[in-house]
Design a protein around this ligand. Structure first.
Ligand code: NAP
Length: 252
């Protein structure tokens, strides 16, 4: 059974690794190609956009895929919308694999906001030392609050579009002691984060809690409702069910 996995997360990679070991499946992991280098996932993969919903439909048809797993980052909403529309148009089984959002626990000082624009406004009029992990493209919204000192963490280095910003290039997972050390060394006063729910980047939230640092937490964008799995084993079980239910690729 041919499966296209829309990637960009560690869950996508882990699912692809599992399927590569399972002879019932022939899986392809897809990356947008946003980062300068795609670390070889050790499984079949492709890189680059499809060309909107039409391009994705054409790709799925041409390559003969039988199922689609949307394991993109929760903030990659456009790709998720395209996947939902394409799956509907082609009547293709689609599931979404994503970790549930983080929930505040006692000790957390979160301010939840709906957008980057709201996050920038929530920093307030007084200059603050900010650690941002929201991503290169989303940083433009913070040009509305240029008086803060931004420490921006991103996978690849880039020239920040803000006058008082520095970029540190790093790829998770991050360890709690390193996150604490970073917050203390840089005298960070507030953290801005997307609610990705990603385990490998949660340490900064714990570190902020331990140090009493407030977090401006950007809520996830809404995406179409489709079958949803929160772990790789669940996604695998869903694929097994799809495999069992269809006779097309077994020639039965
Ligand atoms: P997006 O806004 O939802 O997607 C923009 C376009 O990029 C899509 O329309 C599609 O182009 C292409 N694309 C996205 N994901 C793709 C994939 N897995 N395979 C092939 N093409 C893909 O996405 P984004 O927020 O720019 O994120 C891009 C990628 O980075 C995603 O794969 C995501 O999982 C990963 N990522 C995103 C974030 C984040 O915060 N947004 C964080 C970590 C990782 P076409 O329309 O041409 O098909």
């Amino acid at each position: 059974m041919r499966v296209l996995i829309l990637g960009g997360t560690s869950e996508a990679r882990r699912l692809a690794e599992q399927l590569a070991r399972d002879e019932r499946f022939d899986a392809m992991l897809s990356f947008a190609g946003r980062t300068a280098s795609v670390a070889d996932p050790g499984v079949p993969y492709r890189v680059g956009g499809f060309g909107g919903v039409d391009g994705l439909c054409e790709h799925l048809r041409r390559e003969g895929y039988h199922a689609l797993v949307d394991a993109t980052h929760p903030f990659a909403a456009q790709m998720s919308r395209h996947a939902a529309h394409a799956a509907e148009r082609l009547a293709l089984p689609l599931a979404r694999l994503e970790e549930p959002p983080w929930q505040p626990v006692p000790g957390d000082r979160w301010l939840e906001v709906a957008s980057m624009t709201e996050a920038a406004a929530a920093l307030g009029p007084t200059p603050r030392r900010v650690l941002s992990s929201v991503g290169r493209l989303e940083l433009a919204a913070f040009a509305a609050a240029p008086w803060h000192d931004y420490l921006v963490r991103a996978v690849d280095p880039f020239e920040p579009p803000l006058p008082r910003a520095r970029v540190i290039a790093a790829r998770g997972p991050f360890r709690l002691e390193d996150e604490r050390a970073l917050l203390e060394r840089e005298r960070i006063e507030v953290l801005v984060s997307k609610n990705s729910g990603t385990r490998s980047t949660y340490a900064k939230i714990v570190a902020a809690r331990q140090l009493g640092i407030p977090v401006i937490m950007v809520r996830r964008p809404s995406v179409p409702v489709v079958a949803s799995m929160s772990s790789v084993p669940e996604a695998l079980a869903w694929l097994e069910a799809v495999h069992g239910a269809s006779r097309t690729w077994r020639g039965v």
